[in-house]
Design a protein around this ligand. Structure first.
Ligand SMILES: [Zn+2]
Length: 444
């Protein structure tokens, strides 16, 4: 350690300067913290957490300050793992028309804007389940922009007339002589694939781009143009082809699905995360549990007012999906299903500001502790499914020795009052991702 670094560390430890870069000090000791470790129902009181580089090195009652460490006195704040949005669409920020006509760099610019907003709401990781974000992810990872860790699927795989198909009904599929790529594929909204060979090509193309997993639409959608909620998109063979390809890359398949029929096909084919699922019945919830699948549910996107761009059919489907939530989440609770925490907020920058309301929306079905576990350790379990395709090897979603240092300091105890998380600007006192401090107002 250089003298300069030591002095810098001491300076920080004495004056607790606001926003700093952890790269400027070799270690950070957070003292007087009450820890929510991502897994327990109660806080572990009066702890110190030592962060070295990007790793949680030590947790304990000792306040001994290692030489050169910067000290942050948490003053009894709750220390939590960074939150994760397991169903995000960072690149989908505008209405459908812009998906066709706006320049690609406009979408990237908005994605970078949203990335910083997401991080500052306490979400240190997102799993991006559809959109073109590989370049944005790289720029954030390289430190040029502020944003969360991004586990990306790239464009979801859609059949012709499936959820990703917003083309004119006159557009011919490739195999019937259509053009090789539609605008939606160029902007990364979706990848069209019909039949096993095209599904395999699509999956392989996304793995080549650096996907952490594969995403496929296997059933009708709320916001689709041609696909009512009841339909099954893709045959068993096509879904199995995608799941097997993901398995060959030692990762997994995530599927968009609402109904029993589509969900059961996906589970049998080997999908591991089931996105939405609003209309499934007890039989399918049990099947998901038996097959160790995650139910990746969202609430806010259904409970919100329908976007003005929606047709009456789309509005009716949103209502149908909203009506299914109570049954789904009650069944998940009854059967102890692994429920993930995600938002699916998309196509509207204003709506994306409501991300933190996902915490309070869920209190109708889950305890505060259950919700906080969903947003941390349960989501972390999904991210670990990427295996060797995990772009950020290491453990996240928990506060334990050896885990990656994604840490929040929260003013108050969210296990008692989860509402405090809906005001991150005021109540998130510190935001750390990968050992680097992005916000620190603990001493203001
Ligand atoms: Zn989605």
């Amino acid at each position: 350690m250089t003298l300069k670094r030591t002095l810098l560390g001491l300076l920080f430890s004495i004056f607790f300067i606001g926003v700093i870069s952890a790269q400027e000090v070799e270690s950070i000791l957070i003292t007087n913290a009450n820890i929510f470790d991502g897994k327990s129902d109660a806080l572990i009181k009066n702890q110190s957490v030592l962060i070295e580089g990007n790793i949680i090195k030590q947790i304990g009652a000792s306040n001994k300050v290692p030489k050169g460490a910067m000290v942050i006195d948490a003053k009894g704040a709750t220390l939590s793992p960074g939150f994760m949005d397991i169903h995000a669409h960072l690149a989908l920020n505008t209405g459908p028309a812009d998906m066709f006509y706006a320049p690609a760099d406009y979408h990237s610019a908005l994605s970078l804007y949203q990335a910083e907003k997401t991080l500052m709401m306490g979400f240190t990781t997102i799993r991006d389940v559809g959109g073109s974000v590989f370049g944005v992810k790289r720029a954030i990872d390289e430190g040029y922009f502020k944003g969360p860790r991004i586990y990306a699927s790239g464009p979801p795989i859609s059949m012709t007339a499936g959820h990703g198909d917003y083309r004119s009904p006159l557009t011919l599929p490739r195999q019937l002589g259509g053009s090789s790529h539609s605008e939606l594929e160029v902007t990364g909204v979706t990848t069209f694939a019909d039949g096993v060979p095209e599904v395999l090509s699509a999956a392989r193309m996304h793995m080549r781009s650096g996907a952490a997993f594969i995403k496929m639409f296997v059933g009708g959608a709320v916001s689709g143009m041609y696909d009512p909620l009841d339909i099954v998109e893709y045959s068993y063979e096509e879904v199995k082809a995608a799941a097997d390809e993901a398995d060959r890359w030692n990762t997994y398949l995530a599927v968009h699905t609402y109904t029993d029929k589509a969900t059961q096909i996906a589970i049998k084919a080997g999908a591991k995360t089931l996105e939405h699922c609003n209309l499934i019945t007890e039989e399918t919830v049990k099947m998901a549990v038996e097959n160790d699948c995650y139910i990746s549910a969202q609430t806010g996107v259904y409970l919100a007012e329908a976007p003005s761009s929606f047709t009456s059919a789309q509005k009716a489907r949103q209502q149908q999906a909203a009506d299914g939530l109570d049954n789904l989440l009650s069944l998940c609770k009854k059967h102890n299903a692994k429920v993930a925490f995600g938002s699916d907020l998309l196509m509207d920058m204003e709506v994306k500001k409501t991300l933190c309301e996902e915490f309070t929306n869920r209190t109708k079905w889950f305890t505060n502790a259950e919700i906080l576990k969903q947003a941390t350790s349960i989501n972390g379990g999904i991210l670990a499914l990427s295996g060797p395709r995990n772009p950020y090897p290491g453990k996240i979603g928990v506060i334990e020795e050896g885990a990656l240092a994604d840490i929040l300091l929260i003013d108050g105890n969210p296990l008692e009052n989860i509402e405090i998380l809906t005001n991150p600007e005021k109540n998130l006192l510190l935001i750390m991702k990968d050992g680097k401090v992005y916000k620190n107002i603990i001493n203001k």
